[in-house]
Design a protein around this ligand. Sequence first.
Ligand SMILES: [Zn+2]
Length: 134
Amino acid sequence: MGGWFRQLTAKISAALRNFMVGRYGTDRLNMAILSVGLVASLLSMIFKFAPVNLALFILSYGMMFWAIFRTLSRQTYKRYQENRKFLQLMGRMKDREHRYFDCPKCRQMVRVPRGKGKISITCPRCREKFVKKT
Ligand SMILES: [Zn+2]
């Protein structure tokens, strides 16, 4: 490896950095999308039944293109919001002690303890009252 190699890799990485300027890049949601795509493509090797195989094939490519689209997207704010919502959803799923509801009036998220039966919830934002089973 001479100096030319280092020069070439420097050039490529500079070009890549240039290409990615103003683009979103990758995040946790993209990792999840790619994981789903990978699982789908592995499953498509197991399930040879044509309709299932085709569906898995489409799913795996769809996920891959979706992840690429998000990585190269210039609408960074939108992508950031998608990722934020995804992380919020994951947090909710991991939370075994609480249930989450959206206020029917203003869509404010309300967190209540789990396993209290039917309770009346008052929205902290708009004071709307609604009954939910916890
Ligand atoms: Zn509300």
